[in-house]
Design a protein around this ligand. Structure first.
Ligand SMILES: CC/C=C\C/C=C\C/C=C\CC/C=C/CC(=O)SCCNC(=O)CCNC(=O)[C@H](O)C(C)(C)COP(=O)(O)OP(=O)(O)OC[C@H]1O[C@@H](n2cnc3c(N)ncnc32)[C@H](O)[C@@H]1OP(=O)(O)O
Length: 248
């Protein structure tokens, strides 16, 4: 039925490095241009981890030029995913904090594996950083204003039952059924004529995407100022050190 599977593979935690972001955009573009494909299942090849989100090492101790290049790549992937003409279904087979959650929120439908360890949410505040307005918009458009307001301020990571209850995911299924469920949901979405579904998707999502498109450069400048602050760099270093020391 013209369905591709994109399996993220950047061990150990599928962090969204500049390289991963760039390759993801290229793969999506190829699929968009190949009319034999109508849908994509986005999933992970790293056991237990859908994606650890943006690669913190790309936002810490690097040059301004690097931060700008990285942020443009983050924007680009979000825009491509959010406005894709393809049906995108996230088969979430692991934990998905921050950018990992955002990636799934850009999809049309989310199936999450029923494993209490597989938390998801926008936890930026717990790192001492702030989810940008377009991350916030994506969450608000999915779960509504009040749930998003509380989740964003507290940096909540929802276990599967809670994620389902607040509408962050559409279905929670046993782990071994995530892929087959994503495939059957895909069949339902592909039963709708493409042009009507695509125009409707655009109607729902373009106003949100346009807010970023209209001020992409300003958003990058804002990010540069924010991420270069000594206090923010310090918060990121402390967080990364904590992650690294977990093992030791
Ligand atoms: C009005 C608006 C105002 C301002 C806005 C303006 C600008 C916005 C500014 C900033 C916004 C930036 C947005 C960022 C969004 C993000 O996505 S930030 C990333 C958040 N991610 C996380 O918090 C997840 C952190 N990771 C974990 O919790 C665990 O690693 C995880 C549960 C995923 C897996 O656990 P486990 O299997 O035990 O693995 P380890 O923890 O041992 O990790 C293995 C190694 O991987 C490294 N690592 C983990 N996560 C990341 C990451 N996101 N980036 C880079 N590296 C990561 C970890 O350090 C280990 O490395 P080591 O092997 O020790 O070297």
């Amino acid at each position: 039925m013209g369905v591709a599977v994109i399996k993220l593979k950047n061990p150990p935690v599928n962090s969204l490095s500049l390289e991963v972001l760039t390759e993801f955009v290229i793969s999506l573009e190829k699929l968009e241009n190949d009319k034999t494909f109508r849908g994509v299942i986005v999933t992970s090849d790293c056991p237990g981890i859908f994606s650890a989100g943006l690669d913190l090492t790309e936002m810490c101790g690097k040059s301004q030029a690097h931060y700008a290049e990285y942020w443009r790549a983050v924007q680009e992937l979000w825009l491509r995913l959010y406005l894709s003409n393809l049906v995108l279904i996230a088969a979430i087979n692991g934990v998905s904090p921050a950018g990992g959650c955002l990636m799934s929120l850009t999809c049309d439908y989310r199936v999450l594996a029923d494993n209490p360890k597989y938390n998801m949410g926008l936890n930026e505040t717990l790192l001492g950083i702030v989810a940008p307005s377009w991350f916030k918009d994506t969450l608000v458009n999915t779960v509504g204003h009040r749930t998003a307001e509380r989740a964003l301020q507290l940096g909540l990571l929802f276990p599967p039952a809670e994620a389902l209850r607040v509408g962050m995911v559409d279905q929670v299924v046993p782990e071994d059924q995530v892929h087959s469920t994503a495939l059957s949901v895909m069949a339902q979405w592909l039963a709708v004529p493409d042009h009507a579904r695509q125009l409707t998707k655009n109607l729902m999502r373009k106003p949100t995407a346009d807010r970023l498109v209209k001020q992409r450069d300003a958003d990058i400048q804002y990010f540069l100022r924010f991420i270069s602050r000594d206090s923010i760099q310090k918060s990121l270093r402390v967080y990364l050190d904590k992650l690294r020391q977990k093992k030791g």
